[in-house]
Design a protein around this ligand. Structure first.
Ligand SMILES: [Zn+2]
Length: 232
């Protein structure tokens, strides 16, 4: 039982205009999908459409907004959020793998294009929540990272999230073959700066600090190590 009364009233100035012809939104390039949305719904939530629908623009006059570079499926998720405030997952809520992360990341990138900061925040929360599920992959695939790095700039918060997920969770069996090069360098730096020990006594690295670095010698014909002395 709810403990607080929830009051749904708002000021009359927050009334959304649901009159007139809807705006036509054409999404995609080769494969197009067309949506019709009331202008009031768009203007209410989205600064992008506030600008796009200004009458001096061609789009504003014709009441058509074209988004050729966006994927129809991703825009479909966006419409789900626009009307319900939720994003229905294409994978199980509790068993999140590649496709689940890809869906959330692509929607974040669309929100970035349309400048919808509150959706971007919600999606970051969703990505983190997904990674915490008991049967989830703890970090997105290399293909997801690739898209993030292709479509964001240095300093992006989403890049930082990808980096931290890998830095914290990546394991020794991780496949690096297809990792985005720029991300690989960022990850290397992050792993180096997160190195927990500089102990000179650590067995694996002790020969860097004292004694004969035999670990790195080449002993031809399996001859015993002579310590590297010059016998000539
Ligand atoms: Zn040796």
């Amino acid at each position: 039982m709810a403990t607080e009364l929830v009051d749904i009233r708002v000021s009359a100035t927050e009334r959304i205009d649901l009159e007139g012809e809807p705006v036509k939104i054409i999404v995609g390039d080769s494969t197009k999908r067309i949506y019709h949305v009331y202008e009031g719904v768009l203007r209410n939530k989205l600064a992008f459409f506030e600008v796009a629908l200004k009458t001096e623009w061609k789009e504003g006059t014709q009441r058509i907004v074209k988004l050729p570079e966006e994927e129809p499926n991703v825009f479909c998720d966006f419409m789900q959020w626009l009307y319900t405030g939720r994003v229905p997952c294409i994978e199980s809520l509790y068993h999140v793998e590649h496709e689940g992360y890809m869906q959330l990341v692509k929607l974040w990138l669309l929100a970035d294009h349309l400048i919808v900061a509150n959706l971007q925040e919600s999606l970051v929360n969703a990505i983190v929540a997904a990674s915490r599920e008991p049967f989830a992959d703890r970090y997105p695939s290399a293909a997801v990272v690739e898209i993030v790095y292709q479509r964001t700039a240095v300093g992006s918060r989403l890049r930082k999230l990808m980096l931290d997920m890998y830095t914290r969770h990546v394991d020794i069996d991780w496949h690096i073959d297809n990792l985005n090069h720029e991300f690989a360098i960022d990850l290397l730096k992050a792993l180096a700066s997160n190195r927990t020990t500089t102990d000179e006594a650590e067995p694996e690295f002790s020969q860097l600090f004292k004694g004969v670095p035999c670990r790195y010698h080449v002993h031809y014909d399996n001859k015993p190590c002579d310590g590297g002395a010059d016998k000539a």
